[in-house]
Design a protein around this ligand. Structure first.
Ligand code: SF4
Length: 507
């Protein structure tokens, strides 16, 4: 089958040499606000600013005053895209916003969101976090030629628009968008937290597994939808609840209406466990649990699972900080800083040679010689993807005199592809997909290495009995992913044939 849109070549080139390329990549932040009488464009700007960590490639928003919808979006960070002049032009009483990291479709202006459609006399806009896993099948069913749409989000908008055109206008209740969504949503598979709007409705939707977060907040005289709760805090809204897996919530002048458009047997909550480990902000709440406290517990669990005699526990900043605090508390080993992080480095640094790549890591993280020299160190990090940054960090620590380096990782080895909105990068480069523990330890040149077990990770979240996706860590996929899609991903990443056969056989 011909793919309905092209893979992203630009992105692969962009990450080369970027220390952040050695981390899992998130697939967007979404935001929406319905608040008559309030400056919704400014509120959306602040909300997107709080969600910037979920995507830095492009930012955009759509605003409606009840009759006219305006879209403003561009490549770059939220603060680069918007300024007072641009925001002043966006007046209305409801708005949605988006920050993008592309996992499908190219990193170009065409794919910046919100996606916009004009359908007969109606307009709507869509912001999407996640990845649909049946895009090719949907496009083929709809008779679309390759190139008709530019991404899975564009495909969703196209299908919703076609449904509105076919059936919407004849109902006459002004709810064309929600009727079209009710009809189309059950056909979508994979990960999708959507925030949509037409001229007078704000809509939040979470897929039946709830892979990606989405929460509801209350603002004076209005409502807010956001990927993470800190975006609510930022604009003075208070957290009401998470949108439930499989729920569609419509907000308009009459209040809120909740729908369940998916068949009951598809509802199976599976929040991405990496939201707890790395993606979400530490001040976010997921499944009612503080992410910061959960990360501290991951460190405590690591100390219990993999104790070691050492003089100092240091984090790899920023996401390793709470876990290192937890490790120190549980082990009784003092906590301290071992690296200074340069806060002003963006994600566009490109280093073509190994020597320059090493410098790229040091530009971002510089060891504190006086703190680490002569010490036996426990170094706590959230995950290892390619291992290039970890290896360079260990080399730097030894260069400034660390006596021993014991690496502790807050998650199990990351070795399976994600089909639900995380960029797996080039699978042939995934350290744990190609080496066993001993080989990784040798490659990183550490004195000891331990990954937190999956059971301890679940325990540390504090969300007992809650459902999680952990497919990239365990190979157990919570929903069926077509063999064709799996094969495409694995083959396109040049997996060794033996591994490919094993993955296809086992998954
Ligand atoms: S495969 Fe991994 S990254 Fe993807 S949704 Fe599942 S846990 Fe998250």
């Amino acid at each position: 089958m011909v793919p309905v849109f092209d893979a992203d070549d630009d992105l692969a080139a962009d990450v080369e040499g970027d220390p952040d390329a050695d981390k899992p990549k998130e697939a967007c932040g979404v935001f929406g606000v319905y608040a008559p009488g309030q400056p919704v464009a400014h509120l959306t700007y602040l909300g997107l600013y709080a969600l910037q960590h979920r995507g830095q490639e492009s930012a955009g928003m759509a605003v409606s005053d009840g009759e006219t919808m305006l879209i403003d979006k561009d490549m770059g960070l939220v603060s680069n895209v918007f300024n007072d002049r641009r925001l002043a032009a966006l007046s209305g009483h409801l708005a949605i916003g988006h920050t993008r990291y592309s996992t499908t479709g190219s990193s170009t202006w065409r794919n910046a969101q919100p996606v916009y459609r004009s359908v007969a006399a109606r307009q709507f806009a869509l912001s999407h976090n996640g990845n649909l896993s049946n895009t090719d099948a949907l496009a083929e069913e709809a008779g679309m030629l390759p190139g008709t749409v530019a991404s899975d989000s564009d495909l969703v908008a196209e299908l919703v628009g076609r449904e509105m055109l076919a059936h919407g206008a004849d109902r006459g209740d002004g709810r064309d968008l929600e009727h079209a969504l009710e009809s189309v949503l059950p056909r979508f598979q994979g990960a999708f937290s959507f925030v949509l709007m037409d001229e007078s409705h704000l809509i939040g939707i979470r897929d039946p597994n709830g892979f990606r977060p989405l929460c509801l907040g209350k603002l004076d005289g209005g409502w807010v939808l956001a990927s993470e709760s800190p975006a609510l805090d930022t604009i003075g809204a208070h957290f009401v609840r998470e949108i439930e897996p499989g729920e569609m919530l419509v907000i308009d002048a009459s209040g809120t209406r909740s729908y369940r458009p998916f068949p009951e047997d598809r509802i199976d909550p599976r929040l991405c466990v990496f939201e707890f480990v790395y993606f979400a902000r530490p001040d976010a709440k997921l499944y009612g649990q503080s992410v910061h406290v959960a990360r501290q517990r991951m460190g405590e669990q690591l100390a219990e699972q993999a104790p070691v005699e050492a003089d100092l526990v240091i984090p790899v900043p920023e996401s390793g900080v709470p876990a290192a605090q937890g490790y120190a508390r549980a082990s009784g080993i003092p906590y301290g800083d071992g690296f200074v992080k340069n806060r002003y480095i963006g994600r566009t640094f490109i280093a073509p040679s190994q020597a320059l790549r090493a410098k790229a890591v040091q530009m971002k993280l510089n060891p504190l010689r006086d703190n680490v020299a002569g010490k036996r160190l426990v170094v706590v990090d959230d995950s290892i993807v390619r291992g290039t940054t970890s290896r360079e960090m260990v080399r730097m620590l030894r260069e400034v005199g660390a006596a021993e380096v014991h690496l502790r990782i807050m998650s199990p080895p990351y070795r399976w592809p994600c089909f639900f909105g995380m960029d797996t990068g080039d699978r042939a480069d995934l350290l744990a997909a190609n080496m066993n523990l001993g080989e990784i330890q040798d490659f990183l040149a550490v004195d000891s290495l331990a990954y937190l077990t999956i059971d301890r990770l679940f325990e540390a979240t504090g969300a007992r009995g809650a459902g999680f996706c952990s497919a990239c860590l365990t190979g157990e996929y919570p929903v069926e992913v077509s063999v064709g899609a799996r094969k495409d991903v694995l083959e396109s990443n040049d997996m060794p044939a033996s591994n490919l056969d094993r993955l296809l056989h086992e998954a």
